[in-house]
Ligand binder design. Sequence first.
Ligand SMILES: [Zn+2]
Ligand SMILES: [Zn+2]
Length: 156
Amino acid sequence: LYSQTEVQVKNRESRLAGLVEKLRQDGHRITPQRLAILKLFAEDESHPSVEHVYQRVRLDYPTTSLATVYKTVLLLKEKGEILELGFAGASSRYDLKRPGPHPHLICVECHRIVDLDIGTFDDLPQSLAREYGYQIVNHRVDFYGVCPECQTRASK
Ligand SMILES: [Zn+2]
Ligand SMILES: [Zn+2]
């Protein structure tokens, strides 16, 4: 039996390996820099911004430009391999682990974003399609609140 963390690590690794394979098959060159960028997005649970990944990739590849990170994200978006969460007046945040639409919990204090695993949402698009006659092509569900860490900080 694998622990929850081991399963998560395995999932991340196979997601990254599958993605690299797919990009190579489509004729994209995977430079060490680009691989590092993909790895950071795949391993980061925090729904990082482009700037956040840029700061981290520069620790290992100091010559990386912000444009390189943007271009990689653009490519992933074109291929439907990354979910972009746009926010008015703030940087977009990204989820490479789960590129399909899924609900999120967002802290209004520290802007942490976590995936919300509630199975009931999976059937909602289909039942809405039935009820309203719409072809549902996308959805976005965000819950805003104050995370436990920020609540603790505020009460001190
Ligand atoms: Zn918070
Ligand atoms: Zn997510």
